[in-house]
Design a protein. Structure first.
Length: 243
């Protein structure tokens, strides 16, 4: 029986700016940055007062293309990302490799999150933050995890930006989990969230102490209250704040 489609699945389709094209029998991904749904997504984020003080989002199509193209070029030989094939600055679009694989889907097995958490940490270790780390932006291809959306990526050593990235992945994962499992046991949920954090940290206690201070800011409490249903929002904040 097919699982019901949740709000995140519907929004992901609505806001998609990317389509698959065929050239000489080869698949490529074509991304149009001035496509209306994509602009709508970033207008909603830019118009919301809370996230803007945490992360430097941009609404301008050309800037988003520039951010993504720089990220893909600079990290192509360091982490799994699709390689750019053609950048069209006039039409504000990008053609890149099409990655064969499947989108990461949050499940109840804690081990499934290891490679995605490691991927996020690797991006941070290379001096970048993504801004948009919803789980749908990760593709599993063989034994590799690819990031396929980096239009909000910026060079950054800000722990606040890193905390934002981890927070968004945890929040979108939470929403998917409770959509698929409406009566998800709070202790199972706790174990999953804690495992993701542990995989991301890889034993870096100093980083975790800094991030806990960031998560104790009121703004994260407000975001969790708006984005995550009860009682999971309180549990998520408790985990993030180390209480």
């Amino acid at each position: 029986m097919e699982k019901r489609r949740g709000l995140l699945d519907i929004l992901d389709e609505l806001f998609s700016q990317t389509q698959v094209i065929m050239v000489n029998g080869i698949k490529y991904a074509l991304k149009k940055y001035d496509r209306t749904p994509g602009l709508l997504k970033w207008f909603i984020i830019k118009s919301a007062s809370l996230p803007i003080t945490i992360y430097p989002f941009t609404f301008v199509p050309r800037e988003r293309l520039e951010r993504e193209s720089v990220f893909l070029r600079e990290l192509a030989d360091k982490i799994p990302v699709p390689r750019p094939v053609l950048i069209d600055w006039g039409e504000i679009r990008l053609i890149r490799e099409f990655i064969e694989g499947k989108k990461f889907v949050p499940g109840l097995d804690e081990r499934d999150y290891r490679d995605v958490a490691w991927a996020i940490r690797s991006i941070h270790d290379y001096g970048y933050a993504l801004g948009d780390t919803k789980f749908q932006n990760f593709i599993i291809s063989g034994k590799k995890v690819y990031i396929i959306d980096a239009e909000q990526a910026v060079k950054s050593r800000s722990k606040t930006h890193y905390a934002w990235d981890l927070f968004i992945f945890l929040v979108t994962t939470t929403i998917k989990l409770i959509t698929d499992n409406p009566f998800l046991d709070i202790y199972v949920y706790t174990d999953i969230m804690q495992s993701i954090i542990d995989y991301y940290l890889t034993g870096d206690d100093e980083l975790w102490e800094e991030m806990k201070k960031i998560y104790n800011r009121k703004i994260f409490g407000g975001l969790a209250g708006v984005l995550v249903p009860l009682p999971y929002n309180f549990r998520l904040l408790k985990i993030l704040r180390g209480r």
